[in-house]
Design a protein around this ligand. Structure first.
Ligand code: ZN
Length: 482
């Protein structure tokens, strides 16, 4: 879901010279002998078209072949999915069983791309001017390749993690629906992906601004999506003889009350941490206000000031419900028999959809307007800033991206993480890939990732997974071999 993930929020703030920033490096930290391995995997995956129609089976099989060749037994490579062309691959690196598995989820599918819309062929892997180009380079076959290369590297080293490391390479994140791999695996193969916590590199990631590595987004929670239909009806009649109860009037009045209502400001561990981090990137009164929001207790006057200054920051502070569609009436000269509106709510993870619904009912204020849910909300409680994740992450950040600040993020959108959050499994959006926040090309034309950024992301996943699962290295650390 890249384009909306990690908020990429600072693109909307006014950064001049961020004090926490380091120039993007020219040399990668990935050891030289692993670069061709990662590149070859990446090239192969970009050249396999995994758009919705084609499905991701060919890519899942290509990954399985590589892992099998690296020594993964067939029993630890499971291909499963709802349709022949929509198979997911679940790969397991066995550990010592000291804790529940850590699961990485990574989607293989990509958004459609037309040759004529691009300056290069989207399904040809191209290296040019310090970038790798191709559909999926940033969303998210780079992260997928980093995971494949890391599984191979850990296996070749004989690394034994303290718990199983499981990677679910899934289909149909972009298109959603019944074939969504994350949702399908949870429903149909729950044992296979039983986890202590989940990491989803589709969310989060490093932010480059003006050629400098600035922040590292770490997504811990998502807002909950819930839409409602409001419908007012009446017997209608000739417009020359109006009567009371015109549904357009009644619906408009109800929408007016909903529009005037503001849900209460509620901050969490994540949003406080986020505001504190953003404060360091700002100057003047806004910096002071953001810093104040980073501390408890909440100062409502400060929050109101910040919310008024920036819509994105406002959306992180409260639940929102906005009308998005409107219809009504059937003829210019007839009294309407029906008026209808859609309200789309984005609910803070610490609030309940039932509470939001009852507030809407109260605002509607009359039984003659029906309120119906258009979807069932996936309740997604925020993941806590668990030290077993935050500490290893901080250590690797310090080693690899020293000077870049780690920022917890609440996403106002939703990704595959929502299925795991709804199942009560803590889920974190963490990606080692840095990207330019002023040039986001995921889902767009000439999608690309920096060559150094890609290789660094491969090294990041390797170090982070090792730190997370602090097992022992058996045998000498080695190169990829033949
Ligand atoms: Zn994505």
């Amino acid at each position: 879901m890249r384009p909306y993930s990690g908020m990429r929020i600072l693109a909307l703030c006014l950064l001049a010279f961020p004090p926490f920033a380091v120039a993007a490096p020219l040399e990668t930290q990935l050891p030289a002998d692993w670069r061709p391995v990662a590149r070859e995997i990446f090239a192969e995956l970009i050249q396999i078209d995994t758009t919705h129609e084609k499905g991701s089976t060919a890519a899942a099989q290509a990954i399985a072949r590589r892992l099998r060749a690296a020594g993964f037994p067939d029993a630890d490579l499971t291909l499963a999915g709802p349709l022949l062309h929509k198979q997911n691959l679940v790969a397991r690196l066995r550990g010592m069983g000291k804790a529940k598995a850590v699961i990485y989820i990574a989607h293989l599918d990509v958004v459609a791309a037309k040759r004529e819309d691009w300056s290069l062929d989207p399904f040809t892997f191209t290296e040019k001017d310090g970038y790798f180009y191709g559909r999926g380079t940033s969303d998210m076959k780079g992260d997928v390749s980093a995971l494949v290369a890391t599984l191979i590297r850990l296996r070749k080293e004989g690394f034994q993690p303290d718990r199983d490391i499981v990677v679910a390479f899934t289909d149909d994140e972009e298109a959603g629906g019944d074939a969504n791999g994350a949702s399908w695996l949870l429903k149909n193969r729950p044992k296979l992906i039983e986890a202590g916590f989940v990491i989803n590199p589709d969310d989060g990631g490093g932010e480059i601004r003006k050629g400098r590595r600035v922040l590292f987004d770490f997504q811990t929670s998502q807002k909950v999506y819930l839409s409602f239909r409001l419908e007012a009806t009446d017997r209608g009649g000739h417009s020359s003889i109006p009567h009371a109860g015109n549904p357009i009037h009644r619906l408009a009045a109800a929408l007016g009350r909903i529009g005037a209502f503001e849900f209460p400001i509620l901050l969490s561990e994540t949003t406080r941490g986020y505001f504190a981090a953003v404060a360091t990137q700002e100057s003047g009164p806004l910096a002071a206000d953001l810093a104040a929001l980073g501390r408890e207790p909440l100062d409502l006057a400060v929050a109101a000031r910040v919310a008024a200054a920036n819509d994105v920051l406002a959306a992180m502070m409260r639940t929102t419900c906005v009308p998005t569609e409107l219809a009504g009436g059937h003829a210019e000269n007839a009294l309407p028999q029906m008026a209808r509106a859609t309200i789309n709510c984005r609910i803070l993870p610490q609030e309940s959809p039932e509470e939001v619904e009852s507030i809407l009912r109260r605002l509607i204020g009359e039984p003659g307007i029906s309120l119906t849910r258009l979807n069932e909300p996936m309740h997604s409680p925020p993941s806590s800033l668990d030290p077993q994740v935050v500490e290893p992450l901080t250590r690797v950040m310090k080693e690899m991206f020293s000077g870049v600040r780690l920022v917890p993020v609440l996403s106002t959108g939703a990704s595959d993480s929502v299925f795991f959050l709804a199942a009560g499994i803590p889920t974190y959006g963490i990606s080692g890939t840095f990207g330019d926040i002023d040039d986001v090309r995921a889902h767009g034309r000439d999608e690309r990732v920096g060559v150094v950024d890609f290789y660094d992301s491969v090294e990041f996943v390797y170090r982070f997974l090792k730190e997370l699962t602090g097992g022992k290295v058996r045998g000498a650390a080695s190169g990829p071999g033949r």
